[in-house]
Design a protein around this ligand. Sequence first.
Ligand code: CTP
Ligand code: CA
Length: 223
Amino acid sequence: VEAALADGPLKGKRIIVTSGPTHEPIDPVRYIANRSSGAQGTALARSLAALGAEVVFVTGPADVAPPDGVVVEKVQTAKQMLDAVQAALPADAAVFAAAVADWHVTNAADSKIKKTKSGLPMLEFAENPDILATVSQMKTGRPGLVVGFAAETDDVVAHATAKRARKGCDWIVANDVSPETGIMGGSENAVTLISDDGADSWPRMGKDQVANRLAQLIGEALK
Ligand code: CTP
Ligand code: CA
């Protein structure tokens, strides 16, 4: 296996992949998070490693286990994820599949909040760092290829196209996560790849097939 991996098209390429949700504590037993199984990010890391890449897999608390053959950095919060990504740089490519929580609680409690205490807790929120935007907009040492994901509802391609421009990444992998698609938490995905070449909609396929196809394209882009 080692020999086969070492000869793949991504041999010698270092790629950072973020995956899973982040958990932002409210107190020692409670948190806020985005919904994410980590399945697509995990599949992508596995596909990249199978093509010979040296993968640093920065993952929040996901449902699925990290793949073999990658360097795993486990984190809880968005701030920790940003720190882990920055520590993993420089890289040839970075792919941000994590469903990062958008806010953290600034008045998180060190002790468990008791319901009996004083009515409803008053939580205060601050926006989390945008890891994808931070890396996309690096002035020096930016990875040659930066890929974001965009889980959207309604006008998916329009939302994702605007998001790509706003963040400054090279590609965005957009998908429609409306409940009726069954994609959230499922084993299949239907994505549109948005790049300088426009929007390319792929047929619905397994998340591991999406991962293989993306890994192939990343291999071609890094050649
Ligand atoms: N992302 C990130 N750091 C954040 C938020 C998002 O790195 N704090 C990355 C995600 O990993 C994904 C992309 O940005 O690759 C888009 O995430 P998304 O949640 O769709 O974008 P937001 O800018 O948070 O916009 P929205 O209001 O739609 O949630
Ligand atoms: Ca978000």
